[in-house]
Design a protein around this ligand. Structure first.
Ligand SMILES: Nc1ncnc2c1ncn2[C@@H]1O[C@H](COP(=O)(O)OP(=O)(O)OP(=O)(O)O)[C@@H](O)[C@H]1O
Ligand SMILES: [Mg+2]
Length: 331
């Protein structure tokens, strides 16, 4: 298990006027993924690197499962924390198996047999068939494949925590999407606690249980993608998450945000025959169903309780997605 708690964590670099990370406080539950987003220079990398003590804080604390990281041996600490960065940094003279094995070898405590098995497991996990890839050298792999080796290597010691600093930033859109799927798959299997820096808000929405928005070293908002979209703390967050984009809202907001309890009389003619839709479906899915079935309303049911909880109509969807715009216009 690994829960990370940041308590007023602060870093001010020598000779600078302002802290790069300024009294940031939040918690990251074990087995969840938190995406760190914010403009360039907002302190994301600094925050990340204080977790594995590549950077020492000026003030405040970081606790892993209640234990202050500053009280731990940095070498032992880093064995429990996988670290993935954009520049993969594979050793060019080592083949892929050796590159994956190296962190586990340094950590020690593995038999040769177990190490070899572990390398194959990890290459499989990263979508690189071991028989084909284990003896190749980094230069014989594409950039995206090298990135996957980097991910496999970070997982080699089976760390409870993964720190990822724009790991997929340099990849083309298709490879990036594939890597994101791979990470989601790995996360479903092995449940790491992940802190992931990204400049790509789509990526943050796709991978994050929580999104932490940093600006000038301060934590501006922490919440689920939907919370950020539905209730951005300020105009900066609103812009960053694209809360003004109608398409973004349709894509991510659940039907439950646009539900009505009653239908007006002409729509209510026979509500028992209306098609239904789950409250967790997105507004976009609901809209497609409304158009496809050519009806004015859908029955919304709660997936867990399997019971009817309201209706959604084109009007109610429209009201929800234009809410932000009318709020803005009212300012
Ligand atoms: N070693 C250093 N000495 C002095 N200032 C530094 C040092 N490293 C970073 N900074 C400053 O701290 C601030 C935060 O830097 P950091 O690298 O954490 O930002 P970031 O959010 O990761 O940005 P990016 O998105 O561009 O990677 C910046 O203003 C940067 O100039
Ligand atoms: Mg950075």
């Amino acid at each position: 298990m690994a829960k990370i708690a940041f308590k007023k964590i602060t870093k001010q670099y020598d000779g600078t006027a302002k802290p790069a990370v300024d009294a940031v406080t939040f918690e990251l539950q074990e087995g969840t993924t938190c995406m760190l987003v914010g403009t360039s220079g907002s302190g994301k990398t600094t925050l990340l690197r204080m977790v594995n003590r590549l950077i020492e804080p000026t003030a405040g604390e970081i606790l892993i499962d209640g234990k202050n990281v500053l009280e731990e041996n940095p070498i032992l600490l880093r064995r429990r924390i996988g670290y993935v960065i954009q520049q993969v940094g594979l050793f060019p003279h080592m083949n892929i198996a050796e590159n994956v094995r190296v962190t586990a070898e340094i950590a020690g405590g593995w038999t040769k047999q177990r190490l070899a098995e572990r390398v194959d497991e990890l290459l499989d996990l990263a979508g690189l068939p071991p028989a084909e890839y284990r003896s190749r050298f980094p230069r014989q792999l594409s950039g995206g494949q090298q990135q996957r080796v980097g991910l496999a290597r970070a997982l080699a010691t089976d760390p409870a925590i993964l720190l990822m600093d724009e790991p997929f930033g340099a990849l083309d859109a298709i490879t990036r999407a594939r890597m994101q799927e791979e990470l989601l798959r790995i996360q479903r299997d092995v449940h790491k606690t992940i802190l992931f820096v990204s400049h790509d808000i789509e990526e943050a929405f796709k991978l994050g249980d929580q999104i932490a928005v940093l600006s000038e070293g301060k934590l501006i908002q922490l919440g689920s993608p939907i919370e950020l979209l539905a209730n951005p703390a300020d105009d900066f967050v609103r812009q960053l998450v694209g809360a003004d984009s109608i398409l973004r809202q349709l894509q991510y907001l659940p039907v439950s945000t646009a539900m009505v309890n009653e239908l007006d009389s002409n729509a209510a003619a026979d509500s028992s025959v209306l098609p239904s839709c789950s409250s967790s479906a997105t507004l976009l899915q609901a809209m497609f169903t409304l158009i496809e079935k050519n009806v004015t309303a859908l029955n919304v049911y709660d997936e867990e309780a399997q019971e009817h909880i309201g209706y959604v109509t084109l009007t109610s969807i429209n009201r929800e997605v234009t809410k932000t715009h009318s709020e803005l216009a009212a300012k």
